[in-house]
Write a protein that binds this ligand. Structure first.
Ligand SMILES: [Zn+2]
Length: 253
């Protein structure tokens, strides 16, 4: 992910909401938003853990590994001096266990192949290229060129760059639940940021407009995706950011 994105993320700060379903046990500067999807892609693609920290809180480390489904799961570590390693290492704050000494961070992983690095660079370039799309519709047309999690990240980043309603949306709600749901949250929120004032938008249009072709092989057909999109729309309806106009259709508040 580009340095520009990380800086932009820090500037944006946290999601303002009183919704109780939005998890509070996160570090906003890192955890909020679509960059998580980049990390999830890395975890799915490679055997190494992903370690993330922000400029503003360099001692707070997020440590991500893959769960049984290959999706990302994480915990928070703190950068502390380890006598054994004789340097600062990500350490579990409660058990005081150093992640290098415990083997968690230092266990042998698959060798990094040149082709994998090249593939990552290709994704990064493609991402930049897709982000330069002249319109939201163009971006949606191109979403299948990227793997699912990166497509989510691209839609999320694009909408933040062109956000038409900053007073309603200043970032992405960080919710728990499945990655399909979390992805739907980012994509629906992005769609709403791009919606024009007084424009009506339909649940079905958003669902088919954001459905990614790779979802099918992961057991999510369009009907199931529509269900996640409906949940994401409901979150915003309850947060008074959108209002229903008729069945299945909404407009911005
Ligand atoms: Zn150590």
């Amino acid at each position: 992910m580009g340095a520009r994105s990380m800086v932009a993320l820090e500037k944006r700060g946290n999601w303002r909401t009183g919704d109780p379903r939005i998890s509070k046990d996160v570090t906003p500067s890192i955890e909020v938003g679509h960059l998580l999807f980049w990390a999830n892609h890395l975890v799915r693609e490679f055997s190494w853990p992903v370690v993330v920290w922000s400029k503003s809180a360099q001692r707070a480390i997020k440590f991500y590994t893959a769960d049984a489904d290959g999706d990302m799961t994480g915990k928070e570590l703190k950068l502390e001096f380890c006598e054994q390693c004789e340097k600062n290492t990500p350490t579990d704050d409660s058990s005081k266990e150093c992640s290098v000494c415990s083997g968690e961070l230092s266990q042998p992983r698959d060798e990094l192949l040149y082709g994998q690095v090249r593939k990552l660079c290709t994704w990064d370039h493609l991402m930049q290229d897709v982000l330069a799309a002249p319109s939201w519709d163009d971006l949606l047309q191109r979403r299948d060129e990227l793997p699912f999690h990166l497509a989510t990240a691209a839609l999320g980043e694009y909408a933040l760059l062109h956000n038409g309603r900053p007073e309603l949306f200043d970032g992405y709600p960080d919710v728990g639940g499945s990655w399909f749901y979390r992805s739907a949250i980012v994509q629906v929120t992005a769609w709403l940021m791009m919606a024009k004032a007084r424009e009506e938008f339909g649940l079905s249009d958003i669902a088919s407009g954001t459905y990614h072709m790779s979802l099918k092989e992961r057991g999510v057909d369009l009907a199931k995706w529509r269900h996640y999109v409906a949940m994401a729309i409901d979150l915003h309806r309850k947060g008074d950011r959108i209002t229903p106009v008729r069945k299945g259709f909404y407009k911005l508040a």
